[in-house]
Design a binder for this molecule. Structure first.
Ligand code: GLA
Length: 387
């Protein structure tokens, strides 16, 4: 991203006043394993990407906050003396939701001009929305000296999405965006919020992201529905065992209690969550011991469970994964993020990456008529000010 060009765009949009323009960045993320476990008190293993959202900010000595982005034409404004209203499905709801949470915790901001610029493929399930929330939270905290730590900003951003945007997401995306470190993945316990930064020792391998380029229609409502199904399973199990989350159980314990869940679909959802949690622990152990092949097999199992038990994949993601697994140098391939379209993540031997991109792209196009995009992931840092 060319910061000088962004500054020029900022000035042509808001005019030159001589006041300082501050620049902040928060990344998107890719999750390696641990899917749909975060809101079930389980483990996740994401890493921050080198692409994300940049934010240019300048105080404007007024009671107005102006929003603009280089990604769309749509602009917006809120008045700090009025209540904030949600604006349809606009991208502005993400930053306004964050400002709303600051306000609720009596952290009062002043008028600012904001220009966002993202290089994450939009709607690809790589957390462009979490990166917008996090960069807003991080920037306001720095600019107005609120003194919140990163974890507090993560929680505030998640609340903005839950309460203002209306998506009942877990904490993983905001966490990864804030806490990432180059060449490390983040092993997070979403119940206790204890975490570890694990070096990604992938000698001779690359992380390849493939985008289905399928629009994620109805994804938010299906996401909320999955979450409700998990909560309902917890309620059913509580008749015999006092658990707080599905992740309090291992697979054997779940098998002994699953008869309590009357609904067969809910039972499958719960089984995914509990098996995925176990796989995530095994995957981190495998990585620490250098057993990358086994890590790849666990990624494959994760996808199959998301396809068969959690039912969040769909034909486009399944096709990308099937095609990826046909390539000799693929160690593992799975969907990443919420599902219902979006991206897959694969571990591929470096010397097979070119073949992978060509062959998977070809097979996917023949079977779906769609064109996939591929990114060889670079694992970058979390939220930061760019000086
Ligand atoms: C979305 C949510 C996350 C998480 C994933 C699925 O990305 O924002 O909180 O639940 O889906 O693992």
């Amino acid at each position: 991203m060319n910061i000088n060009e962004l500054k020029e765009s900022f000035i042509s949009l808001y005019e030159e006043t001589g006041d300082d323009i501050h620049v902040y960045f928060s990344p998107g993320r890719v999750n390696l394993i641990g899917e749909h476990t975060d809101y079930n008190g389980g483990y996740v293993f994401p890493c921050a990407l080198s692409f994300g959202t940049y934010l240019l900010v300048r105080k404007n000595q007024s009671r107005l906050v102006h929003f603009a982005t280089t990604n769309f034409d749509h602009r917006g404004e809120v008045n700090l003396d009025e209540s904030f209203e949600k604006e349809g499905k606009s991208w502005i709801n993400y930053p306004v939701g964050v400002l709303n949470e600051f306000r609720k915790s009596t952290k009062e901001i002043e008028g600012v001009d904001l220009l966002y610029s993202g290089d994450i493929p939009n709607g690809a399930g790589l957390s462009s929305s979490a990166s917008i929330e996090m960069v807003t939270a991080f920037a306001m905290n720095q600019l107005f000296g609120f003194g919140l730590d990163r974890m507090e900003l993560v929680k505030l951003s998640q609340k903005a999405e839950n309460l203002f945007v209306g998506v009942n997401c877990g904490i993983m995306d905001q966490f990864a965006s804030a806490m990432g470190v180059a060449d490390h993945a983040l092993f997070l316990n979403c119940d206790t919020l204890d975490f570890e930064r694990v070096p990604l020792k992938l000698d001779g391998m690359k992380i390849v992201i493939a985008n289905t380029n399928k629009r994620r229609g109805l994804a938010d409502s299906k996401y909320n529905e999955r979450r409700a199904q998990c909560e309902s399973s917890v309620e059913a199990i509580r008749k015999e065992k006092n658990i707080r989350h599905l992740s309090d159980l291992n697979l054997d314990e779940f098998n002994a209690l699953s008869h309590l869940i009357p609904d067969e679909v809910e039972k499958k959802r719960a089984k995914h969550v509990i098996s995925e949690n176990g796989r995530t622990l095994s995957a981190i152990d495998a990585l620490n011991k250098g057993k990358i092949e086994f890590f790849g097999q666990l990624m494959n199992q994760s996808h199959d469970s998301l396809r068969d038990d959690y039912e969040v994949t769909g034909s486009e993601l399944d096709t990308l994964v099937d095609e990826a697994r046909k390539i000799d140098g693929t160690l593992g391939s799975r969907m990443t993020g919420a599902g219902f379209g979006g991206c897959t993540v694969s571990i591929v031997k470096e010397d097979a990456v070119e073949d992978f991109i060509r062959e998977v792209g070809k097979g996917y196009n023949e079977k779906t008529g769609l064109i996939a995009d591929f990114y060889v992931a670079e694992i970058g840092d979390g939220s930061k000010e760019i000086l």
